[in-house]
Design a protein around this ligand. Structure first.
Ligand SMILES: [Zn+2]
Ligand SMILES: [Zn+2]
Length: 386
């Protein structure tokens, strides 16, 4: 593994990771991060750099000039609105913002691979290194794909990785088929009529409907006969009226996260939740408004892409961690595996490593080389590196 990734490259990449860590930006505001990445990429002499794709996204194209498949490798640009409690020298310089999902590490891995590509270019087809914005809110991948500039880099194959605390450092976690869950945030607003608290009979409080709605929503996943696989509905927030002891409330809101391993199950879960809300709305005479946020499709690892990933694991001689059950979290990389031959895999960050999004989390630099080696061996199978 070490021969394809020289020590000097690894040292530079580790340094880059720390610089990126010091300057985190939240979803949709990754302007300076993108500029820093652009500077780095320019030095690796790609054939083209595309800026401002799907927001602050940036892509570097290494083109063999010969016929062949387009391989897209993706990293994510955004950090989280979380205060850093770490005190190390390269701690976040932006108050209230820090890289607590390790996207600094993912960017460093892809940027390290760009350094390798500078000397070992594809012999056929093209490699596109994509730094995608807005992963954390589930909007970035969809925005990138919708952007006209994406037509130019439309891939035949797409791969991405995510570091995973709770798994052995440098183990590669991989599974064909469903890999990470689909999820979406559902917001149900209820509108009745407020009145004096002394005269609730003159108003129309949503309280009864809210009670029925919350109870009904929680029971939907229990209807196993409706679904092919795992479904989950978590009520994450509810509010009724205002804190005013003289007022009988006139409005309310219930929010839930819907989660399934399969996109078709998500459609059913969503329809069941909507039907229930409409039925109760009629029953209680409360008008409703349903909206959605943070929608992620399921990440489905394509058989052919999975085959390349498994082969890369062998070639990189990494410890393989096969999983049977998909992850319950979501990744917007699912947008790339939808119509494409794509795969997402995990790299263990260490069994006892702080969890993603935790205050004390920091990307473990010891796994940079495994990420780079995986990308190298995936690319070498698909576009042959010279
Ligand atoms: Zn995250
Ligand atoms: Zn992440």
């Amino acid at each position: 593994m070490m021969d394809i990734i020289p020590r000097e490259i690894l040292e530079e990449v580790t340094e880059l990771r720390k610089v990126l860590h010091q300057h985190p930006e939240i979803s949709g505001k990754e302007k300076n991060t993108a500029a820093r990445i652009k500077q780095w990429l320019s030095r690796q002499e790609p054939d083209e750099i595309i800026e401002g794709i799907g927001g602050h996204g940036i892509a570097a194209i290494f083109d063999s000039g010969k016929a062949g498949p387009t391989l897209l490798l993706r990293a994510d640009l955004d950090a989280l609105p979380i205060d850093e409690v770490n005190t190390f020298k390269y701690k976040s310089k932006n108050p209230g913002v820090s890289h607590k999902c390790g996207h600094d590490g993912h960017m460093a891995i892809l940027s390290g691979f760009a350094m390798i590509l500078r000397k070992r270019r594809p012999a056929k087809g093209r490699i596109v290194l994509l730094y995608q914005p807005e992963e954390e809110n589930g909007q970035g991948a969809a925005k990138v794909i919708k952007d006209k500039k994406f037509d130019k880099i439309k891939p035949d194959y797409a791969f991405a990785l995510h570091n995973l605390p709770g798994y052995k450092k440098n183990a590669v976690i991989m599974k064909e088929g469903p890999f990470a869950a689909a999820s979406k945030g559902m917001i149900i607003k209820l509108q009745g009529r407020s009145s004096h608290a002394a005269h609730p009979e003159q108003g129309l409080s949503p309280v009864h409907m809210m009670k029925d709605l919350m109870e009904g929503l929680m029971h939907i996943p229990e209807k196993k006969e409706l679904f092919k696989d795992f479904t989950l509905l978590t009520i994450i927030h509810a509010r009724l009226g205002e804190i005013a002891f003289g007022t009988n409330p006139g409005k309310g809101v219930v929010m839930a996260t819907l989660r399934t391993y399969r996109d078709d199950d998500m459609e059913i879960l969503n329809k069941e939740a909507r039907d229930l809300a409409h039925k109760l709305s009629e029953k209680h005479g409360i008008s409703i408004n349903i909206s959605y946020t943070e929608e992620f499709p399921a990440t489905n690892n394509h058989p052919e892409a999975s085959k390349y990933a498994f082969e890369a694991m062998k070639k990189a001689a990494v410890e393989a961690e096969h999983i049977d059950t998909p992850f319950r979290w979501s990744e917007d990389f699912g947008h790339f595996t939808g119509d494409n031959r794509g795969a997402l895999f995990g790299i263990g960050s260490g069994i006892d490593h702080p969890s993603l999004h935790n205050h004390d989390y920091d990307f473990p630099d010891e796994i940079l080389k495994t990420g780079m080696a995986m990308f190298y061996h995936i690319a070498d199978q698909i576009v042959t590196l010279k």
